[in-house]
Every structure is written in structure tokens, then in C-alpha cells.
Write a protein that binds this ligand. Structure first.
Ligand code: UDP
Ligand code: MG
Length: 325
């Protein structure tokens, strides 16, 4: 399957939050790849999205853009988080495909030509699947491993395992993604929901080139909650089943209490049993309420219909219109 010439545009979208140290190391690698692709007839560019960084990131990006006419810059009004920053970047790409890349060098830009080759074969979503992760603790690897498997079981949306945001999206995938405007953006799930022709390219995930990961254990836990609640209502069903099971047990136990009282009378006793039952039921009820609350809170936030991000500055590359790439 060959593509019409107008589709041969490619924009590398990089979300960056406090990455002043990593970007100067990453940019030359991207440029080298774009140069190589240019000889194959791909018109490439880079769009950096500064997600409200508080360090010198914007100044660094400004220098990169001044030196290279293929670099576009977008700065959000504050730190909105990686998912919103990526959305902001992808929203600007109206012509050709986009590649999503982390700013810290953990996703090797050198893989992009392989992605492009797959795109030319007719795939819409070419994603990098990590076969190894370097420079990350066993705890992060183990929890990530568990999380991907759990998501696969809970959600009806196919979400490839061990796959991050590092991927190439064809124009029609981008178009489809733009239709999904939910505030709680679990990107991996959204990519999976879009569907079309997907293929994975295995790679070794390297350690960060500089700086520190923005995601600590607590953030990752919340991210996992986000994933589960955005793409599955299974926890709500669990609450139902726990309720049904408890009611059944309570019924059997009540029968036993009545029979016991009839056979042997009812001396005042059973304080420990009563406390146990009350506390257990109280706990189960609160847990179920909490689960409902998780969904209700998200519903509340969706209902406000706020924009996903606000743009502070937009500096398009030479030749790119102010309306987007
Ligand atoms: N990032 C972002 N906004 C945030 C946090 C992170 O744009 O609020 C970017 C960050 O600059 C990097 C990417 O998201 O390019 C992945 O972040 P990080 O490397 O900290 O995550 P990890 O690889 O450890 O999961
Ligand atoms: Mg990283």
C-alpha cells in the first residue's frame, strides 16, 4: 500500500516538563533522524510542548527553534500534566502523521524510521513495545507489569501490554483521537479505543539521559486508578457482587441465630460477633461508597466541560500556519 505524497508529512510531538537538561541531548538525535527521513521524501518537523515548566525549558526550546526552521513551540499556561500536553501537541497536527516521544531520551528517536516504514505499509498506530527497561527500579517494573495485565483483564478496550505513549499515529488516527475530548485522559486507553491497524515494534527502553522521573509511586498509583476508572466499570460490579455475597451470608447467619435461640434460648451474649459484623459491614459499605465516589467525581469533572488545556504561547516553525501544522 503506498501513500499519496501529501501524507508524507511527519511531526514529532514532544511533551516536556522541566526538561532543560535533557532536551539539548535529545534534539540532535531527532534532527539526525529527520535528516535521514528527508532523503526518503518525508517532510519532518518537531513540535515541543512546554507543559508549564518552571526551569529553563522554554529558554532552551527558544534557542532550538531559533536555530532550526523545522521546530515549532507551544507553551501551556501552566502544568497540565503529560496527557494534556500531548493532546495539545496532537491537536496542532493537521497535516500528516505524528510521532509521540518522551523528552528524556527514554524513547529512542532512532526507531522512528521503522515506524515510518510500518506506516507506509498501511498501519495507523505503530507503537513501541518495551522488551527491557533500563534504569528503573524493580518496583516500578513489577507494578507496571502487573498494571498492564490487570488493565487487559478489566477493560473491554484492547490496550497493548508494556506499551507507552511512544508511537506513530496516522492522519486518520489523529483525526479520530481529536474526537475524544474527555478530561480524564488515559492516553494508552484512548489509542486502543481508536483501533484501526495497529502494530508493535519491540525496543529496549533506556534510562533517562538527565533529570529525574516526574512520576513517583503515588502519582503512578493515581495514574493506575485513572486507567481503571476511565476504561472499566468492573470495580462497580465488584461492589455489587460483594454486596450480594454479604447479603447471602447474612441470611444464612440470621437463620442460624434464630434456630440457635429457639433450641437453646437466648442468653445475652454475642457481643464479639455483633461488633465483628457491624465493623465488617461498615467497612464494606464505605469501600463500595468510595468506589462509587471515584466514578462520581470523574463524572462531575467531565460535566464541567472545561477546556483540556490553555495555550500561553504558540511559535510555529517557518512555513507553518498559525492555525496548526
Ligand atoms: N511530562 C509532562 N508533563 C508532566 C510530567 C511529565 O509533559 O506533568 C513529560 C516529561 O517531560 C517527559 C514525559 O512526560 O517527556 C515522561 O515523563 P517522565 O520521564 O518523568 O516519566 P517516566 O518515563 O518516568 O514514566
Ligand atoms: Mg521517562
Amino acid at each position: 500500500m503506498s501513500l499519496p505524497p501529501s501524507c508524507e508529512r511527519l511531526t514529532v510531538v514532544v511533551a516536556a516538563y522541566n526538561e532543560a537538561e535533557a532536551l539539548p541531548a535529545l534534539h540532535p538525535r531527532i534532527v539526525a533522524v529527520l535528516d535521514a527521513l528527508a532523503s526518503e521524501g518525508v517532510d519532518g518537523g518537531v513540535l515541543y510542548v512546554d507543559d508549564g515548566s518552571r526551569d529553563r525549558t522554554w529558554a532552551v526550546l527558544d534557542d532550538l527553534a531559533a536555530a532550526d526552521p523545522r521546530v515549532s513551540l507551544l507553551r501551556l499556561s501552566r502544568n497540565f500534566g503529560k496527557e494534556a500536553a500531548l493532546t495539545a501537541g496532537l491537536d496542532q497536527v493537521h497535516d500528516g502523521a505524528a510521532v509521540i516521544l518522551d523528552a528524556d531520551g527514554q524513547d529512542p528517536p532512532e526507531l522512528i524510521p521503522q515506524f515510518v516504514a510500518k506506516w507506509r505499509e498501511g498501519y495507523d498506530d505503530v507503537h513501541g513495545t518495551r522488551i527491557e527497561r533500563e534504569g528503573e527500579t524493580w518496583f516500578k517494573r513489577a507494578t507496571a507489569h502487573g498494571f498492564y495485565r490487570l488493565m487487559q483483564r478489566l477493560s473491554k478496550t484492547p490496550i497493548p501490554t508494556d506499551t507507552g505513549d511512544f508511537r506513530l499515529l496516522s492522519p486518520r488516527s489523529l483525526e479520530a483521537l481529536r474526537l475524544l475530548r474527555e478530561r480524564h485522559r488515559f492516553m494508552k486507553g484512548l489509542f486502543g479505543w481508536v483501533g484501526f491497524h495497529q502494530v508493535s515494534v519491540p525496543y529496549r527502553r533506556e534510562a533517562r539521559v538527565a533529570g529525574r522521573s516526574k512520576f513517583n509511586a503515588w502519582k503512578l498509583w493515581n495514574f493506575a486508578l485513572e486507567g481503571v476508572t476511565s476504561f472499566s466499570t468492573a470495580p462497580l460490579r465488584v461492589a455489587t457482587y460483594v454486596g450480594v455475597l454479604t447479603a447471602l451470608l447474612a441470611f444464612v447467619y440470621a437463620l442460624w441465630v434464630v434456630v440457635k435461640a429457639m433450641l437453646w434460648g437466648d442468653p445475652v451474649a454475642g457481643w464479639p460477633t455483633m461488633m465483628t459484623v457491624i465493623l465488617l459491614l461498615g467497612g464494606v459499605q464505605l469501600m463500595a461508597l468510595g468506589m462509587i465516589g471515584e466514578y462520581l467525581g470523574r463524572l462531575y469533572e467531565e460535566s464541567k466541560q472545561r477546556p483540556l488545556y490553555l495555550v500561553d504561547r504558540w511559535r510555529p516553525a517557518a512555513g507553518v500556519s498559525s492555525g496548526g501544522i
